[in-house]
Design a protein around this ligand. Structure first.
Ligand code: ATP
Ligand code: MG
Length: 356
């Protein structure tokens, strides 16, 4: 992939603070393009509650088609109290699930690297956090969230299933990422109890032995891992796990970083198109006030450059600019002490000013 062609980015602002933080991320992408000579073209599309209001559907066909035709998708957030009536025909979150499915995205990457300026905002003691640099790789399409459900008045069940192919492809992805980093992969399961976890562990062991003999593989039970993540987060590097365990562990891991407003994610498949979004939600409590932290969205844009456009140096420049801006005190209300917080626009300008 070269910097000379024009990269098409489908932007889905969504709901709540989504439009505010995606606008910030696009501004940084454009500033980076001007400085580093890559070319981007951005088009905006409806998803979530905004799409329900306009079309009745949480993922209009036009939006899915535009995302499929793009090189990458940048999403804000979906949902909010306006659309959360349990009796509602269409729900914003269905739009996101349909989008992941429609793009064949099975690997959710959540890097967690606490920045020194944000350590005070974490509930974990700062001396445990210095030097933490984690990448959690969560399987996104299988497991108990997608199994058959049954319900009677007195009984309920949720089926957890995984196929060897589903496990192989996510372990491969994590193995490749671990190889590029510290050569150390932890696979998380509950193999002392669950059959799906036994298949997971056997498959992970085989794939890593056959295809990644240079990467050290370790297995952890999910309950123990929940503890280790808080007690010794510095010791870990890449962590791969199934859908529900990954959901829970990534929310836990996010607390290491100080604020939800800092953490990006990438959702990838075997296809060309990746989906990039902050891990936070639509934050209806602060929406429309221009005070949201744009860093998670800007960091998601950096992941987009890295993973979908192959622009590693350009991604690193944005990440370094964010670090410099935080060092210089560009802290929004979720990170700053009372009276010292800056707003979304000022934080965005600080990142742009810190780009080389
Ligand atoms: P979802 O169900 O969509 O994940 P949620 O219920 O987890 O949403 P969020 O929307 O992520 O909730 O918000 C949780 C809290 O974090 C809220 O108080 C919100 O204001 C705050 N928050 C989330 N994102 C940001 C941000 N970018 N900047 C500042 N505060 C944020
Ligand atoms: Mg949430």
């Amino acid at each position: 992939m070269s910097a000379s062609r024009t990269h098409h980015i489908a932007v889905l602002p969504g709901d709540g603070i989504g439009p505010e933080v995606t606008a910030a991320a696009v501004a940084v992408l454009r500033a980076g393009a001007e400085r580093h000579g890559y070319r981007i073209e951005v088009s905006e599309h409806l998803v979530g509650g905004a799409a329900i209001d306009a079309t009745g559907e949480p993922l209009p066909a036009e939006t899915l088609a535009a995302c499929r035709a793009a090189d990458a998708v940048l999403l804000g957030a979906v949902g909010g109290p306006k659309w959360s009536d349990p009796g509602a025909r269409a729900r914003p979150e269905q739009g996101l699930l349909a989008l992941r499915q429609g793009l064949g995205l099975y690997a959710n990457l959540r890097p967690v690297r606490p920045h020194p300026a944000a350590l005070g905002a974490s509930p974990i003691k700062p001396h445990l956090l210095a030097g933490v640099d984690l990448l959690v790789v969560r399987e996104l399409t299988g497991g108990i969230y997608f199994g058959a459900r049954e319900r009677s008045a007195t009984h309920a069940s949720d089926l957890c299933t995984y196929s060897v192919e589903e496990i192989e492809r996510i372990v491969r992805r994590a193995g490749a990422l671990a190889r590029e980093r510290r050569g150390y992969l932890v696979s998380v399961d509950k193999a002392n109890v669950l059959e799906t976890s036994r298949l997971w562990r056997e498959t992970a062991t085989r794939v890593m032995r056959e295809e990644f003999p240079d990467v050290r593989l370790e297995h952890q039970l999910v309950d123990a891992m929940a503890m280790h993540l808080i007690a010794r987060p510095r010791e870990y590097d890449v962590i791969v796990t199934e859908n529900m365990f990954g959901d829970i562990l990534t929310d836990e891991a996010s607390m290491l970083a100080g604020s939800l407003g800092l953490l990006p994610s990438a959702s990838l498949g075997d296809g060309r198109v990746g989906l990039y979004e902050p891990i936070h939600g639509s934050a209806p409590d602060i929406a429309g006030r221009g005070v949201a932290n744009p860093f998670a969205a800007i960091a998601s844009a950096a992941l987009l450059l890295r993973h979908s456009l192959g622009l590693e140096d350009e991604a690193a420049c944005i990440e370094q600019a964010m670090a410099r801006a935080l060092d210089a005190g560009a802290l929004t209300a979720d990170l700053a002490g009372p009276g010292t917080a800056i707003d979304t626009a000022a934080a965005t300008r600080a990142v742009i000013a810190a780009l080389d």
